[in-house]
Design a protein around this ligand. Structure first.
Ligand code: ADP
Ligand code: MG
Length: 486
């Protein structure tokens, strides 16, 4: 192969990998992606085998068990030369052309699931992060630089816009951040996605860091907790793990719904939690459901979680969306005409992340055109894809309803655990359509069916296979798709 061919193949593999990553992020959700998939890097394609590098053996095994099938499939679809994906542990750059500076850059900036920090935001004070278990692994230095990247400097109390739907959550978060004495324990925040839970949690950290820097804070997601615990078990280093978590003043666990099913990890969390509460240390938890609605959580833990203050953030109203747009425009330093803000606040109602994303797109567009004024026309044009899908307004509820009607079963049956073919197949079709017609992630779709994301992934794949062989099913799906899209 010529040098030039090598370079161009290299570029296209990088590009394909970044596209695959976007897809994986969409399918598995941001949290799982950031924790497990983002740290992977792509290696050489040789004799049809694509090498994917993981920073540690543990991570490699985890990815193989949970994600390899899907990664394999997507690679095969993307690049016909790829016959098989092979996961390896990255030890230096031996598996890749050594001149590949983009890889060097990628590896040195790749986040690992070690976003954890103390009161002084110095990860070296954490036994597990800097302890012997990590020292033996190749990317230790990466792990140690990560903690400085968060909290997100934009996520402060000052930048949080308060309205009727979130004022209680805001007040509770502020109170926890300001007072050294624990008034409610834990503080449990919940809401659907994109409504400001993580923003409030980061605001608490920023406040503590500024006002009482000696308070030792750990913030991490439930998935990172699980990861760390499993790793500690594996390296027989649970003492350091326990000490690390039990010596904090404030423990914050985000995305608690990913704590995993009952078992050793939950036991460990339960004991950590109980000992912190007994010692009067603050625990703050955020999740997408109330403690009582959380799935797979032991009842003794649930009852402890409701023992503090449980606060929900409701979906935004129009006024709050207007306030948020104004604030975000200020932060982005852009001139946002009221008409455009009203248009966005009317159209993009489901979550603040999307609202902010649309504003950023419009702002970027205007900047690309050398600061061209933002107008309603421009906004509609830049956001046309997004607006079209919003106008279509296909929701998972609607899909479930239409699919159930079509196959003559009830929505309850569709959501039930019944496995009879007459129910199971329509359920798979509904999951498939939900993936195709909405922008919901696999875990989000799963929740609507009382299943986890792997079941949805399996259903999507199954239907993709069936469509090829079973023309009658393919026709049924086509009819459903058309009804739903109209
Ligand atoms: P969640 O953790 O509930 O999924 P996030 O905290 O990540 O949501 O919020 C998503 C985005 O929306 C963030 O960029 C956050 O700054 C923004 N956001 C949400 N609510 C507000 C609010 N009330 N004021 C300002 N920004 C907000
Ligand atoms: Mg969040």
């Amino acid at each position: 192969m010529t040098e030039e061919a090598l370079v161009s193949e290299d570029c296209s593999i990088d590009l394909q990998w970044s596209q695959i990553c976007s897809q994986l992020k969409m399918e598995f959700g941001e949290t799982a992606f950031d924790s497990w998939l983002k740290p992977l890097t792509v290696g050489e394609l040789s004799n049809g085998v694509m090498n994917i590098c993981a920073p540690t053996a543990f991570m490699k095994n985890w990815v193989i068990t949970h994600y390899s099938e899907r990664i394999n499939k997507i690679w095969e679809q993307k690049n016909q030369e790829v016959k098989k994906v092979n996961f390896i542990v990255q030890t230096g750059f031996a598996n890749r052309r050594s001149t590949d500076s983009s890889l060097l850059k990628r590896i040195s900036t790749t986040p690992t699931p070690q976003n954890i920090y103390g009161g002084n935001i110095n990860s070296s004070s954490f036994g597990l992060v800097s302890g012997s278990t990590v020292t033996s692994e190749p990317v230790k230095s990466v792990a140690n630089t990560q903690s400085t990247t968060i909290p997100n400097p934009n996520y402060t109390f000052d930048n949080f816009v308060v309205g009727k739907t979130n004022e209680f959550a805001y007040a509770a978060a502020k109170k926890v951040a300001e007072s050294k004495n624990v008034s409610f324990n834990p503080l449990f925040l919940y809401s659907s996605v994109g409504l400001g839970k993580t923003h409030l949690m980061h605001s608490i950290i920023a406040h503590i860091k500024e006002n009482t820097p000696n308070r030792n804070v750990i913030y991490l997601t439930a998935e990172q907790f699980v990861y760390k615990f499993v790793k500690a078990l594996r390296y027989k280093d649970t003492t350091a793990f326990k000490e690390q978590f039990r010596s904090v003043d404030v423990l914050m666990v985000d995305d608690f719904q990913f704590m995993g099913n009952k078992g050793t990890t939950q036991d460990e969390f339960f004991h950590t939690f109980s000992s912190l509460v007994e010692e009067g240390k603050q625990v703050i938890i955020a999740a997408d459901k109330s403690p009582t609605d959380l799935e797979g959580i032991e009842s003794r833990l649930k009852s402890r979680l409701v023992g503090g203050l449980v606060v929900d953030i409701m979906p935004t109203d129009f006024d709050l969306r207007m306030g948020i747009l104004k604030k975000k425009a200020e932060l982005l330093n852009i001139d946002l005409p009221t008409k455009v803000a009203e248009f966005l606040a009317q159209k993009i109602t489901s979550n603040v992340r999307e609202l902010e994303g649309s504003l950023k797109r419009v702002a970027a567009h205007s900047q690309l055109l050398s600061g061209k004024e933002i107008t309603l026309d421009m906004t509609q044009d830049v956001l046309k894809d997004m607006l079209r899908s919003i106008d279509r307004k296909t929701t998972i509820d609607e899909i479930q309803k239409k699919v159930a009607e079509h196959f003559n079963i009830s929505v309850k049956e569709l959501q039930s655990s019944r496995r009879a073919r007459t129910v199971a197949r329509p359920r798979q079709v509904a999951m498939y359509l939900a993936k195709q017609l909405t922008s919901r992630s696999l875990p989000e779709i799963g929740r609507k069916f009382d299943r986890d994301h792997t079941t949805v992934m399996h259903a999507v794949r199954k239907v993709e296979e069936l469509i090829v062989e079973d023309t009658s099913l393919a026709e049924n799906i086509e009819i459903l798709r058309r009804t739903l899209e109209n």
